[in-house]
Design a protein around this ligand. Sequence first.
Ligand code: GLN
Length: 480
Amino acid sequence: MIDLSSLTIKKAHDHLMKGDFTAVDLAKTYLAQIEKKNKDINAYLEVFADVLEQAAVADKRIAEGKSTLLTGIPLAIKDNILIEGRHAGSASKILEGYIATYDATAIKKLKAAGAVFLGRTNMDEFAMGGSNENSAYGPVHNPHDEARVSGGSSGGSAASVAMNGALAALGSDTGGSVRQPASFCGVVGLKPSYGRISRNGLMAMGSSLDQIGPITKNVEDSEILYSFLKGNDPMDSTTLPDKINSTATDEKMKSGKKLTIGVPMHLMKEGVDADVLKNYNEAIERYKSLGYEIKEVTLPNSGYALAVYYVLMPAEASSNLARFDGIKYGMHVDGENLIDDYVQTRTAGFGKEVRRRIILGNYILSAGYYDAYYNKANLVSELIRSDYEKAFEEVDLILTPTSPLPAFKIGEKLADPLQMYLADIFTVTANLTSMPAISLPSGVVMKEGKSLPLGVQLTAPLYREDLLFTVGKDFLNEKV
Ligand code: GLN
């Protein structure tokens, strides 16, 4: 029997190389676990029928001595990332019947490395949400307490890893959708710097904010997946070559000095759960005991981050989602004329939250309000970025909780979208500033007899994912 609970990408790779088990054995073990768990968790929308064939191809490659670290590694893929010839639906009814005509660049890279795709994971419809309750196919249940949400929008991806139904997964993060479900489910979630991983083949929500990110069991696996996924892509003009200018931080690291972590204590006020705050303070203590210097920082414009995000994101989303007109992709409902076709299809195909954001986004972009909202939000976003840049003159990384709350109950916040939006307070800034951030499991809190995971978030300067990995491994006591 393969023990899935302690398996990581690195360990599975070593076992595959030594011949302790084959990729087919490994895939079978995951399929059995999915069979056992998925009916209660609802993490997968589809488990692919050809998993064992994919694994057999990986075994052949291993036998030929041509494997990579990812050959034969079983992964789960969020339902908004295209895999050629397979259904991709963003957990929306409007895309029912849509088959992807090409591979996302991230998928192409994983295929080239020999990874095995187990299936596509549940999500908030079009990645709008923070609880996975906006899926057209039902919520994802948290594997740690099935009465609670998994977080979102990549809830299916995070839950698939947490329930040992995948070794790792891909999610997408526009305002926290990789990091927040990772923290609710007790796993690691990375949002890379904007432009690090190609968005080609990722269904666009907020194009200036979206990034694909890995969800894994430890930091080392996150680093492994990231190293395969990153890089310049001619299909996405916002991607960048991999180049880092050496900074004062590098000098410190070279001389063996520990880094300085900034803590914005002024953000830890009302709205932050007492258990989350306690856990955050413990994380600070842990870093102190590891020899890091802790320094208080101020981010004066952070109070505007949520307002800015919830102006920019719906604006961009409303324009991106205009392509779902009932003609080009998926569902079509016949109306009395062409305009009526659009109206009927979009009314039947989109869920409540998606319609809410389209209406909001169109209002924000309308001729009369564009300057007042969209342009203003962009200006304030610049201020938020400059706060971070200033803070990074004094500290090497910034630590906050990932979410102000542990996983909440399914249904608890559905009636009040504003309450739901407030839960994104710590995550949206990394998307607004384009900076990389990682959520690390930081312990548990007992609620009603169940132990719920909590997470802390490290943010680094632009393109410094390497710092997140080094300092993240330290926190989780992974050998560096
Ligand atoms: N919870 C945020 C929202 O609802 C983040 C979504 C995301 O990152 N895709 O927009």
